[in-house]
Ligand binder design. Sequence first.
Ligand code: S3P
Length: 179
Amino acid sequence: MDDQIIDNQSISPILVGLMGSGKSSIGRRLAGNLKLPLIDLDDYIVEQAGRSIPEIFEQDGEAAFRQMETEALRQIVGSHSVIATGGGVVMSETNMHILKQHPPVIWLKASPEFLTGRIEGDSNRPLIAVGDTLKKLQELAAIRYPLYEQCADFILPRGDMKKTEALQAILDFIYAFRK
Ligand code: S3P
């Protein structure tokens, strides 16, 4: 991994995928490896709003959160960094347009079954706060998989792969993408 020389000057990978697919944690490792800052879109929104995501959803509703998300994406895209997005970023046409204009977009593809155990009971994720987490993730996957696929330059299948292997696969892709 260390002997791969990646000119990071013009690379700003964007990670997409369902909740719990590892965008923030893999993003952190990727950013460390590329010597770039990591910008987490959710953290950015929380900082700007001065409220948590559950508070924004509860007080202003999901539509308002989506507007904040688009505004935040507009502000940070193109900055020299690794960007970890929220799972619903692909739900807006504007966001899809922005993502397609800023490759490489990397989809951390994970099944609802894989994700359920990772996020069940997480009180910071309002979309799974009530009801059956697996069912909700299946519904989201049905709508979002085609959208992730549309904007992705690289698809990383999450599952059995360890985080180090996942990171290496992304770095190999980025290395080839840069050439
Ligand atoms: C959401 C995913 C969350 C966060 C918000 C909505 C979604 O981010 O943006 O709760 O619509 O899937 P993570 O994917 O980082 O959990």
